[in-house]
Ligand binder design. Structure first.
Ligand code: FES
Length: 89
């Protein structure tokens, strides 16, 4: 699974670093619990501005993209739920 977390200034200002930290913690939980989670590689990338905040007046930050699907106004809780749902056995 590929997860891209935007760490551009808009997204960082609205909390993307804490989402990144929580994904890191989640990685440890997943690798410690092979009975409940598929042994799927969780690839996490921090990217400086994914471009979604440009050319719009809508509030989109923070942005996280999971397997190509962008999530706007992402929160740690929603991102964690999405990742867990995809890799839970
Ligand atoms: S700063 Fe995150 S999409 Fe631009």
């Amino acid at each position: 699974m590929k997860v891209k977390v935007c760490v551009g200034s808009n997204c960082t200002f609205l909390g993307s670093m804490s989402i990144l930290d929580q994904i890191d913690d989640l990685k440890d939980i997943i690798s410690d619990d092979p009975d409940n989670y598929r042994d799927e590689d969780l690839e996490v990338e921090a990217i400086k501005c994914l471009g979604f905040c440009k050319g719009t007046d809508e509030k989109v930050a923070p942005v996280v993209v999971i397997d190509g699907e962008p999530m706007y106004n992402a929160t740690s809780q929603i991102v964690m739920e999405k990742i867990i749902n995809k890799i839970r056995k």
